[in-house]
Write a protein that binds this ligand. Structure first.
Ligand code: ADP
Ligand code: MG
Length: 392
């Protein structure tokens, strides 16, 4: 019997890994610059008259008539003069004027929603971003907070966690105790009415700082830091959306404890279903302990499970969907997000359906995805309105 002799590996040093890391970050930067060219910043979409009218809930005739009154932004003719275009900012003025009844009533505070699931890749970040954009396009002023040190949500804003984000633009200062308000960490973004608290790898330090503070001061409530930090901005926003890391981290607990509502994206496959069962038991054990030990009660106004990345061609998924429906009953949102190729083209990869002004591919494919995300925004908006109604 002949044996092939394996050659020993050359050892890979840490210095080589460091060099590798630098190359990877450089590559991400290069790709981003190419994608965003000729501008170096991400651009918000522009809207046609038909699109703005639809967002206002009126027909084109009503829109044209209102246009003649000249009390709302008139938009601009495009370069060929054939079409009227509206910037996001102008479109939002129209929307806010027509949807005044649906917006946050005077004296009410922002409704805070965490998107969570301890599993990665289930669509948490995509859900957080599309929900923020969808609610913003319904007239709401939205703050999004990225609590995942990997900063995927931050990246969707065209902001790179490794190079564009400083520690004071994240919730790190809240975790360390240097700040008690989230306000100094807020930045405006390419999207009018959508502000960001970014994330960066430096946030990993929160996982040490929070327990360390608790050790020093037993009365310190490590899980209440974000909640307290948000107090000063709850009058300034309509909705606050928090994206969380794929783990039961100190930051995830902070996000959930600061929230009025939870959204749990869940793709209909057996492994994701099984891990969602762990999610609920881990979280409820922990929350029960924390809350009881502090003699407090924590309630949520709503918890929604959202079927995400649903692959219609996958036969097994329909079986898992019946398990999900039986388990989560009324918590399951009556909509599913299809697995879609809309954002898979390289030009759209660092964006969502809402970033696309004009889709190059099959319009049906786009509409199917867009309709599903719109439906989620509508359903969540109803939950938000119920929360406002319940605020004292
Ligand atoms: P998480 O935050 O839970 O890790 P992401 O939102 O980052 O999940 O999504 C993981 C990957 O799946 C990303 O590459 C994202 O673009 C892709 N993705 C998310 N939703 C869909 C969808 N509906 N169809 C196709 N791909 C999707
Ligand atoms: Mg994510």
């Amino acid at each position: 019997m002949s044996s092939t002799k394996a050659t020993p590996h050359r050892k890979i040093t840490i210095a080589a890994v460091v060099e590798q890391a630098e190359r990877a970050i450089q590559m991400v930067n290069d790709v981003r610059s190419r994608m965003l060219a000729p501008q170096s910043k991400k651009q918000a979409p522009v809207f046609s008259m038909t699109q703005v009218a639809a967002l206002c809930g009126i027909d084109k005739g009503q829109f044209s008539y209102r246009l003649t009154k000249e009390d709302l932004p008139g938009g601009q003719l495009n370069s060929t003069g054939s079409r009227r275009e509206f910037s996001l900012e102008s479109a939002r003025k129209w929307i806010q004027s027509y949807r005044a009844e649906s917006l946050r009533p005077k004296g009410k505070r922002a409704v805070t929603i965490s998107v969570g699931n301890f599993k990665g890749g289930v669509s948490k970040t995509t859900t957080a971003m599309t929900l923020a954009q969808g609610l913003n396009l319904r007239g709401h002023r939205v703050l999004v907070i990225d609590t995942d040190p990997q900063g995927s949500l931050t990246t969707l804003f065209g902001v790179l966690p490794d190079t564009d984000v400083s520690e004071d633009q994240t919730i790190a200062a809240l975790a360390s105790g240097d700040e008690t308000s989230i306000k100094p960490a807020i930045q405006s973004t390419y999207w009018d009415g959508l502000d960001l608290v970014a994330a960066a790898p430096v946030l990993f330090s929160a996982e040490f700082m929070l327990p360390a503070r608790q050790m020093r001061d037993p009365s310190f409530q490590f899980w209440d830091v974000l909640n307290l930090g948000l107090e000063s901005v709850r009058d300034e926003y309509d909705v606050i959306i928090i994206d969380t890391p794929p783990s039961l981290s100190y930051l995830t607990i902070n996000a959930f404890m600061a929230s009025d509502g939870l959204i749990v994206p869940l793709p209909p496959n057996a492994l994701d279903f099984a891990s969602s069962a762990q999610f609920w038991s881990l979280f409820s054990d922990l929350a029960a302990n924390l809350v009881e030990s502090a003699g407090l009660t924590k309630t949520f106004d709503f918890i929604h499970v959202l079927l995400s990345r649903v692959d219609a061609s996958d036969a097994a998924s329909s079986v898992v969907r019946t398990w999900i429906a039986a388990t989560y009953a009324e918590k399951l949102l009556p909509v599913e997000i299809p697995k879609t190729s809309v954002t898979s083209s390289s030009s759209a990869e660092f964006g969502t359906v809402y970033d696309i002004s004009k889709y190059d591919g099959n319009i049906k494919t786009y509409k199917r995805a867009r309709d599903a995300y719109d439906r989620v925004a509508d359903l969540v908006e109803q939950s938000i309105q119920s929360s406002w109604a319940g605020q004292d």
